[in-house]
Design a protein around this ligand. Structure first.
Ligand code: FRU
Length: 485
């Protein structure tokens, strides 16, 4: 393909055709499963299937046959998968097996109204083949036209399955002993957080605060669909609070809104189920696109990539609890040709990195703030183009400016600059920047501030610069590694 220069080297993409949300994330018998919303007959959204890939290390993926296809109940929309360890469902003759819980979406009403119901499929061969449950759908409530994206987990304390489900602009919570019969428990979201579009793809999980297992909180993720009047398009918010097996209690003021990502291209992300307790991580992946322009991005034979898989953590900062994200450590095995610098003084007009040419790489920088009003990096740069990853000292704002990043004119809302607050602790700032063929992901501090943005640079845009404006900044350490899988 003429423009396969945009095909990522170390991010997941479908081999061909259209992909959106990650689905059915589950770990079983040494394998990470990644299912995804897939349309096998085109590079734009269409009747949804579940595509499938498997990895042993979250970084190299083997493409598998399509797992679920549309049927008489409708398209296969987003959902989750769990290991039914004790065969509560009765699908597995007493053994453990995989159960997928997903939305059947159908244009069913007399005047074409949409109907969304929850259904099951199960696999006795570690995800290779799937059988749809004969009793589908298992959960219907036709009061809600938008009633989808079930995320299910085993709640040990109440010894039952919990489902969080997007219902209009709220999340409905259900419980079940066997994945087949569901009882309504509570509804969350009325008057809480952002309501600028339909709620989608919820997730709910418990995490230790600052790594202390005796002090935990619950995190609810809620993606918000693209509302045409907002230039940001689709984005994901999160809530922090407590969950008792029935009710989620948000600990923040109802009107406060916390965004998972300061960039434009991290949507519909959820976390893996059944990661062994000995590992203990909560690992997340998102769809690296935005409904605003997802269907017109300039790729040809395939469309859309996932974000890097990220480990989630709760960190307290000045009385607040923040959800932090950092790429999984498994990615480190792909780092090559690592170069290192120490105590580099960065001055206006000089670029000590001008000799480098890099298109897929990661860098880790620690800055000591001095007099510079703004500093940072320019990645995927050439004479005419650059993507700026910068920091404004006065406002403590991290930003990615992709206005001159390469091909930006395929959609009016693509170009632009996106910022997020990132505190410099004791006058120093750590930035980890992961660049691939069509993306940049920036993690500040220990991942408390993140920007994920798509870019469509030409292959020859391989320059890298570190810069400072109106003063100097000290780069106390810098490590740059090439990356390819
Ligand atoms: C989110 C979403 C989900 C839905 C799926 C359909 O991007 O709209 O709510 O299940 O995509 O493909």
């Amino acid at each position: 393909m003429s423009n396969d220069c945009y095909r990522p080297k170390y991010h997941f993409t479908p081999e061909q055709q259209w992909m959106n949300d990650p689905n059915g994330l589950v770990y079983f018998q040494g394998e990470y499963h990644l299912f995804y919303q897939y349309y096998p007959n085109g590079t734009t959204w269409g009747p949804m299937h579940w595509g499938h890939a498997i990895s042993k290390d979250l970084t190299s993926w083997e493409h598998m046959p399509i797992a679920l296809e549309p049927d008489e109940h409708g398209y296969i929309f987003s959902g989750s998968a769990v290991v039914d360890w004790h065969d509560t469902s009765g699908f597995f003759g007493g053994e453990a097996g995989l159960v997928a819980i997903f939305t059947h979406h159908k244009n069913a009403g007399e005047n074409g109204a949409v109907r969304e119901r929850q259904s099951l499929a199960y696999s006795s061969d570690a995800g290779r083949t799937w059988i749809k449950y004969s009793g589908n759908p298992v959960l219907a409530d036709d009061r809600f036209p938008d009633f989808r994206d079930p995320k299910v987990f085993w709640h040990a304390a109440s010894e039952r399955w919990i489902m969080v489900l997007a219902s209009g602009q709220t999340v409905s919570i259900y419980h079940s002993p066997n994945l087949k019969e569901w009882t309504f428990a509570s509804q969350f979201g009325e008057g809480e957080g952002a309501h600028i579009g339909v709620w989608e793809c919820p997730d709910l999980f418990e995490l230790p605060v600052d790594g202390d297992p005796s002090h935990t909180k619950w995190v609810m993720l809620v993606s918000i669909g693209n509302a045409p009047e907002y230039p940001e398009g689709s984005r994901t918010q999160y809530f922090i609070g407590q969950f008792d097996g029935s009710v989620f209690q948000n600990e923040s003021a109802p009107e406060s809104v916390k965004w998972l990502d300061g960039g434009r291209d991290n949507y519909a992300g959820v976390s893996w189920s059944d990661i062994p307790a000995a590992d203990g991580r909560r690992i997340y992946i998102g769809w690296m696109s935005n409904w605003k322009y997802a269907q017109v991005t300039p790729t040809e034979s395939w469309r859309s990539a996932m974000t890097l898989p990220r480990t989630l953590a709760l960190r307290s900062r000045e009385g607040r609890t923040l959800l932090a994200q950092l790429p999984v450590r498994e990615l480190d095995q792909w780092k090559k040709d690592t170069r290192q610098w120490q105590d580099l003084l960065v001055e206006p007009g000089a670029n000590p990195l001008s000799e480098l040419a890099l298109t897929s790489f990661m860098l880790e920088a620690e800055f000591e703030l001095q007099t510079a009003a703004e500093f940072g990096f320019k990645v995927r740069a050439s004479d005419a183009y650059e993507t700026v990853v910068g920091y404004i000292a006065e406002t403590q704002e991290l930003f990615v400016d992709r206005s001159r990043s390469g091909n930006t004119d395929f959609h009016a809302d693509f170009s632009g600059s996106h910022a997020v607050k990132a505190e410099a602790l004791n006058g120093s700032l750590t930035l980890r920047i992961w660049v691939d063929s069509c993306s940049v992901e920036v993690f500040a501090g220990e991942g408390e501030a993140v920007i994920t943005d798509l870019l469509f640079p030409a292959e020859e845009q391989s320059g890298l610069a570190v810069y400072a404006k109106h003063g100097t900044v000290k780069l106390t350490s810098l490590r740059i590694s090439s990356l390819f899988a």
